[in-house]
Design a protein around this ligand. Sequence first.
Ligand code: BGC
Length: 446
Amino acid sequence: MFFWGTATAAYQIEGATAEDGRGPSVWDTFVREPGRVKDGHTGDVACDHYHRWREDVALMAGLGVNAYRFSIAWPRVLPQGAGEVNERGLDFYDRLVDALLEAGISPVPTLFHWDLPQALEERGGWLNRDVAALFADYAATVAARLADRVPMWITLNEPFVHMAYGYAMGLHAPGRLLLTGALPAAHHQLLAHGLAAGALRAAGAGQVALTNNCTPVWPASQDEADLRAADAYDILHNRLFNDPVLLGRYPDLSAYVPEPDFVRDGDLETIAAPLDALGVNYYNPTRIAAPADGGVLPFEDAGITGHPTTAFGWPVVPDGLRELLTALRARYGAALPPILITENGCSQEDVPAPDGTVEDEARVAFLDGHLAAMRRAMAEGVDVRGYFVWSLLDNFEWAEGYHQRFGLVHVDFATQRRTPKRSYHWYKAFLAGRNTGRNTGQNTDT
Ligand code: BGC
């Protein structure tokens, strides 16, 4: 079945951060540090999905998706990150999974979307190798409850972004500014993925995937220095996370670390355990130049002009998705498993009109263009098995707080009123025009 879905993440929508035994996560801590998040916004309430999940499932049923990618909050299940299990946390996801299945929607949970239990941060977070094994224990705990009903599991969301923003640049929780000293956080996340994949399978899980954020890297010019810089960036953003998983080896990291002493014998075998799918999140390409003199990193972002931009200022380049997918196929060949586009979408300044409607035509154009690009990649032989719009709802956009709206559904954060935007109606009509297999379990087309 081709998964046609939408995606969200726990901390971005759930709220109820201190309810029913949930422990604090690194994000609960980070949002309270002055200056970390725009206007001091927090995820304390977010979309109040923890209480309004029935309404949100109904919105998805109305949309006609056959799959929903959400994330499970580790600190809801294990408030201390390890040890005592909080059954009430598991109950929440248990009910959600049942409601989704009843609505004909396949649940596709992600086990880690950046909300590490604070108790584990106090033990070093992802710089501590032990966290990888604890993640596998957590995965086994969740699978023991849900594996009988979940067809597709995703271990981690975007280990690159978590390492880069959370550990290298200090822009996301846990707010560390370690630059290349963040690399062990990459390795330990990848190790966690491999160990969790094994734990999930041992617990009878169906299919297992990892979601990476991938970007086509464009050199700013054909000068040798820019080409070298682009290659270095491609290694850091893409190959550092795809090569070990798909090829069982790291790319040449010498531009960043002379000897990656955090990699131990046997780790790469664990990390390269076979995958049923690779999740790919695509937002935009990245244009890279050689660093200015004295730059600490071997590259510099040169920016992309000549394309429309989102409210975030990100360039809108639909064909970048085709470029990315065909490049993955060219690089990994038979080692590339089927691909799920686990996130694709854009932020816009969506303001409801006086009559209450939200006319987000630019988002419709964005989605239409990217779906066409995905189909071109498929026509060129890339095996894509799913597409999830980021996001179902406007939500807590990390360091931007509630300022960037990505939803197909507008959320008024003062009242929690949900209003489907034009893009929701457009996606609904798009899905109605194909056999999505919803409620039937039949095979589907793209
Ligand atoms: C993340 C989402 C985020 C989105 C837009 C992705 O990197 O997985 O959590 O909201 O991008 O920034």
